[in-house]
Design a protein around this ligand. Structure first.
Ligand SMILES: [Fe+2]
Length: 177
Protein backbone atom coordinates (compact mmCIF):
# COMPACT_ATOMS: atom_id res chain seq x y z
CA UNK A 1 0.00 0.00 0.00
CA UNK A 2 1.27 3.45 -0.85
CA UNK A 3 2.29 5.55 2.12
CA UNK A 4 3.60 9.06 2.64
CA UNK A 5 5.53 9.84 5.80
CA UNK A 6 6.73 13.34 6.60
CA UNK A 7 9.36 14.35 9.15
CA UNK A 8 11.06 17.54 10.23
CA UNK A 9 14.58 17.16 8.85
CA UNK A 10 16.21 18.69 11.92
CA UNK A 11 14.19 17.36 14.86
CA UNK A 12 13.20 14.10 13.13
CA UNK A 13 9.70 14.61 14.53
CA UNK A 14 7.14 12.75 12.45
CA UNK A 15 4.48 15.12 11.15
CA UNK A 16 2.38 12.89 8.91
CA UNK A 17 1.87 9.26 7.99
CA UNK A 18 -0.91 8.52 5.56
CA UNK A 19 -2.01 5.84 3.13
CA UNK A 20 -4.83 7.98 1.75
CA UNK A 21 -4.15 8.47 -1.94
CA UNK A 22 -5.85 11.86 -2.12
CA UNK A 23 -3.95 13.12 0.94
CA UNK A 24 -0.66 11.83 -0.48
CA UNK A 25 -1.34 13.60 -3.78
CA UNK A 26 -2.43 16.85 -2.13
CA UNK A 27 0.58 16.93 0.20
CA UNK A 28 3.05 16.23 -2.58
CA UNK A 29 1.34 18.68 -4.95
CA UNK A 30 2.44 21.50 -2.64
CA UNK A 31 6.02 20.54 -3.53
CA UNK A 32 5.28 20.49 -7.24
CA UNK A 33 5.38 16.69 -7.14
CA UNK A 34 2.72 14.91 -9.16
CA UNK A 35 1.31 11.74 -7.61
CA UNK A 36 -1.45 9.69 -9.21
CA UNK A 37 -2.91 6.23 -8.89
CA UNK A 38 -3.62 4.52 -12.21
CA UNK A 39 -5.75 1.37 -12.54
CA UNK A 40 -3.50 -1.64 -12.94
CA UNK A 41 -3.58 -3.25 -16.35
CA UNK A 42 -4.60 -6.91 -16.52
CA UNK A 43 -1.19 -8.11 -17.63
CA UNK A 44 1.38 -10.11 -15.66
CA UNK A 45 3.91 -8.40 -13.39
CA UNK A 46 6.66 -9.70 -15.66
CA UNK A 47 4.96 -8.74 -18.92
CA UNK A 48 7.24 -7.59 -21.72
CA UNK A 49 8.19 -3.94 -21.96
CA UNK A 50 6.12 -3.66 -25.13
CA UNK A 51 3.06 -5.11 -23.41
CA UNK A 52 3.46 -2.76 -20.45
CA UNK A 53 3.77 0.31 -22.66
CA UNK A 54 0.81 -0.78 -24.78
CA UNK A 55 -1.38 -1.44 -21.74
CA UNK A 56 -0.77 2.00 -20.24
CA UNK A 57 -0.64 3.94 -23.50
CA UNK A 58 -3.84 5.96 -22.84
CA UNK A 59 -2.53 7.07 -19.45
CA UNK A 60 0.95 7.78 -20.77
CA UNK A 61 -0.43 9.81 -23.70
CA UNK A 62 -2.63 11.78 -21.31
CA UNK A 63 0.31 12.40 -19.00
CA UNK A 64 2.47 13.68 -21.83
CA UNK A 65 -0.41 15.79 -23.14
CA UNK A 66 1.12 16.12 -26.57
CA UNK A 67 4.50 17.17 -25.18
CA UNK A 68 7.67 15.49 -26.34
CA UNK A 69 8.73 12.59 -24.22
CA UNK A 70 10.11 9.08 -24.40
CA UNK A 71 9.07 6.08 -22.39
CA UNK A 72 10.75 2.82 -21.52
CA UNK A 73 10.38 0.06 -18.95
CA UNK A 74 12.87 -0.74 -16.20
CA UNK A 75 12.65 -4.06 -14.40
CA UNK A 76 14.65 -4.85 -11.31
CA UNK A 77 14.52 -8.15 -9.46
CA UNK A 78 16.35 -9.45 -6.38
CA UNK A 79 18.50 -11.75 -8.53
CA UNK A 80 19.95 -8.88 -10.56
CA UNK A 81 23.76 -9.02 -10.11
CA UNK A 82 23.96 -5.22 -10.26
CA UNK A 83 21.25 -4.56 -7.69
CA UNK A 84 23.64 -3.35 -4.98
CA UNK A 85 25.48 -0.95 -7.28
CA UNK A 86 22.19 0.34 -8.67
CA UNK A 87 20.88 0.86 -5.16
CA UNK A 88 23.94 2.78 -4.04
CA UNK A 89 23.87 5.05 -7.09
CA UNK A 90 20.57 6.65 -6.10
CA UNK A 91 20.69 6.12 -2.34
CA UNK A 92 22.39 9.41 -1.45
CA UNK A 93 20.63 12.73 -1.75
CA UNK A 94 20.83 14.04 -5.31
CA UNK A 95 19.11 16.12 -7.97
CA UNK A 96 18.54 15.71 -11.70
CA UNK A 97 18.32 18.24 -14.52
CA UNK A 98 14.93 16.93 -15.57
CA UNK A 99 11.84 15.56 -13.89
CA UNK A 100 12.14 11.98 -12.63
CA UNK A 101 8.90 10.28 -13.61
CA UNK A 102 8.06 6.70 -12.72
CA UNK A 103 4.94 4.59 -12.94
CA UNK A 104 5.03 1.27 -11.09
CA UNK A 105 3.25 -1.55 -12.88
CA UNK A 106 4.54 -4.04 -10.31
CA UNK A 107 6.52 -3.85 -7.09
CA UNK A 108 7.64 -0.48 -5.85
CA UNK A 109 10.18 1.66 -4.05
CA UNK A 110 10.61 4.81 -1.99
CA UNK A 111 11.16 8.28 -3.38
CA UNK A 112 12.35 10.35 -0.45
CA UNK A 113 12.29 14.10 -0.96
CA UNK A 114 14.04 16.85 0.99
CA UNK A 115 12.16 20.12 0.59
CA UNK A 116 12.14 23.22 2.82
CA UNK A 117 13.44 21.48 5.92
CA UNK A 118 11.17 18.46 5.71
CA UNK A 119 11.61 14.88 4.57
CA UNK A 120 8.80 13.41 2.46
CA UNK A 121 9.09 9.63 2.13
CA UNK A 122 6.75 8.41 -0.61
CA UNK A 123 6.52 4.63 -0.54
CA UNK A 124 5.21 3.86 -4.01
CA UNK A 125 3.55 0.58 -4.93
CA UNK A 126 1.94 -0.93 -8.02
CA UNK A 127 -0.36 1.55 -9.70
CA UNK A 128 1.46 4.67 -8.48
CA UNK A 129 2.82 7.39 -10.70
CA UNK A 130 5.21 9.92 -9.22
CA UNK A 131 6.92 12.85 -10.89
CA UNK A 132 9.77 14.46 -8.99
CA UNK A 133 10.54 17.91 -10.43
CA UNK A 134 13.99 18.74 -11.78
CA UNK A 135 16.42 20.06 -9.15
CA UNK A 136 14.36 18.64 -6.26
CA UNK A 137 16.65 17.08 -3.65
CA UNK A 138 15.74 13.43 -3.21
CA UNK A 139 16.94 9.84 -3.11
CA UNK A 140 15.45 6.48 -4.07
CA UNK A 141 15.51 3.14 -2.32
CA UNK A 142 13.88 -0.16 -3.25
CA UNK A 143 15.67 -2.04 -0.47
CA UNK A 144 18.12 -4.93 -0.41
CA UNK A 145 15.83 -7.14 -2.51
CA UNK A 146 14.50 -4.71 -5.12
CA UNK A 147 11.48 -5.76 -7.14
CA UNK A 148 9.69 -3.52 -9.55
CA UNK A 149 8.57 -3.08 -13.12
CA UNK A 150 8.42 0.64 -13.78
CA UNK A 151 7.72 2.85 -16.75
CA UNK A 152 10.13 5.75 -17.07
CA UNK A 153 9.03 8.93 -18.84
CA UNK A 154 11.84 11.21 -19.95
CA UNK A 155 13.07 13.61 -22.59
CA UNK A 156 16.81 13.03 -22.35
CA UNK A 157 18.57 10.17 -20.58
CA UNK A 158 21.31 12.59 -19.49
CA UNK A 159 18.67 13.83 -17.04
CA UNK A 160 19.08 10.57 -15.11
CA UNK A 161 22.59 11.47 -14.00
CA UNK A 162 22.49 12.05 -10.22
CA UNK A 163 24.09 15.26 -8.96
CA UNK A 164 24.94 14.51 -5.34
CA UNK A 165 24.35 17.13 -2.68
CA UNK A 166 26.80 15.61 -0.19
CA UNK A 167 24.42 15.40 2.77
CA UNK A 168 23.98 12.38 5.02
CA UNK A 169 20.20 12.72 5.19
CA UNK A 170 19.62 9.39 3.47
CA UNK A 171 21.40 7.67 6.35
CA UNK A 172 19.34 9.58 8.92
CA UNK A 173 16.05 8.82 7.19
CA UNK A 174 16.03 5.25 5.88
CA UNK A 175 13.09 4.27 3.68
CA UNK A 176 9.82 3.53 5.45
CA UNK A 177 7.77 0.63 4.13
FE1 LIG B 1 16.79 10.41 -8.64
Amino acid sequence: MSRLTVWDAKTKAQELSTTDGAEIAATLAKLGVRFERWPLAAIPADASAEAVLEAYKPHLDAFLGGNAGSVDVLKLTPDNPNKDALRQKFLSEHTHTEDEVRFFHAGGGNFILHVTGKIYDAHCTAGDLISVPAETQHWFDAGEAPFFTAVRIFTDTSGWVPHYTGTDLAEKFPATV
